[in-house]
Design a protein. Structure first.
Length: 260
């Protein structure tokens, strides 16, 4: 991946794949190459049959992703902006078939918050700071922030955060539903991996179906969502994993899911 490969690191441990934005010198701000590398890393891990859960974080102990690289933004043309490449990256992250976790280990601003919101679950260290801060520098969120933030925290709170560009604590982010949980900084990696491994222990095919049904239901009316749920349930009853799960329960042992 060239420079992108140097700026985006991928590590595999068991069933968990970890993507690290490796630009600590600029608080992991995303330039073109980093956006591209992030996109490629998620796609590659989604294709990897050995990986069941994907975690994304930032290098160092200061920042998750402190937004987009301002030097790049100064050079971007209106036409280039309209093509929405960064927005498509976050949408593609959101569409990854496997569960994704944003491990927020510090500053999470602008495009960084948009990347985090593209993930299924957000876990933050107790010293993390979050904000949709684009209006502070005279631009608009352009990778889904105006749309996803309202879906997580409600229309009024999203307008407040975007209009003011203010930065909030991890604790406030948890209170308003922007992050799932806050943990002590020294425990962030362990707690995140604990959750990732708990998810990875489930049937990968059933987890994928669950994610698909939840996401589609959130975008539709209740009746359509319930129908999708029944179709998903019917499908998983055709899998070997469903029989393994039920058998393990009856036999009082841990199931061994294979994704088949």
């Amino acid at each position: 991946m060239g420079e992108a490969g140097e700026k985006i690191l991928v590590e595999k441990k068991g069933f968990v794949g970890t993507i690290t934005v490796n630009r600590p010198e600029v608080r992991n701000a995303l330039n073109k190459e980093a956006w591209q590398g992030l996109h490629e890393a998620f796609a590659a891990l989604d294709r990897d049959d050995d990986i069941r859960v994907i975690v994304v974080t930032g290098a160092g102990d200061k920042a998750f992703i402190a937004g987009a690289d301002v030097n790049v933004l100064k050079e971007r043309s209106p036409v280039e902006t309209f093509y929405g490449k960064n927005s498509q990256v976050v949408t593609d992250i959101e569409m990854v078939s496997k569960p994704t976790i944003a491990m927020i280990n510090g500053f999470c601003f602008g495009g960084g918050l948009e990347v985090a919101m593209g993930c299924d679950i957000r876990i933050a260290s107790d010293d993390a700071k979050l904000g949709q801060t684009e209006l502070n520098v005279g631009i608009l969120p352009g990778a889904g922030g105006t749309q996803r933030l309202a879906r997580y925290v409600g229309l009024g709170k999203a307008k407040e955060l975007i209009f003011t560009g203010k930065i909030i604590s991890a604790q406030e982010a948890e209170q308003i539903g922007l992050v799932n949980c806050v943990v002590p900084k020294g425990e962030l990696l362990a707690k995140t991996m604990e959750m990732a491994e708990s998810i990875a222990a489930k049937s990968p095919i059933v987890t994928k179906v669950a994610k698909l049904v939840i996401n589609r239901g959130a975008e539709s009316d209740l009746k359509s969502g319930l129908q999708a749920e029944l179709l998903g349930q019917s499908f998983v009853f055709s899998t070997d994993d469903h029989l393994e799960g039920l058998s393990a329960f009856l036999e009082k042992r841990e199931p061994k899911f294979t994704g088949k």
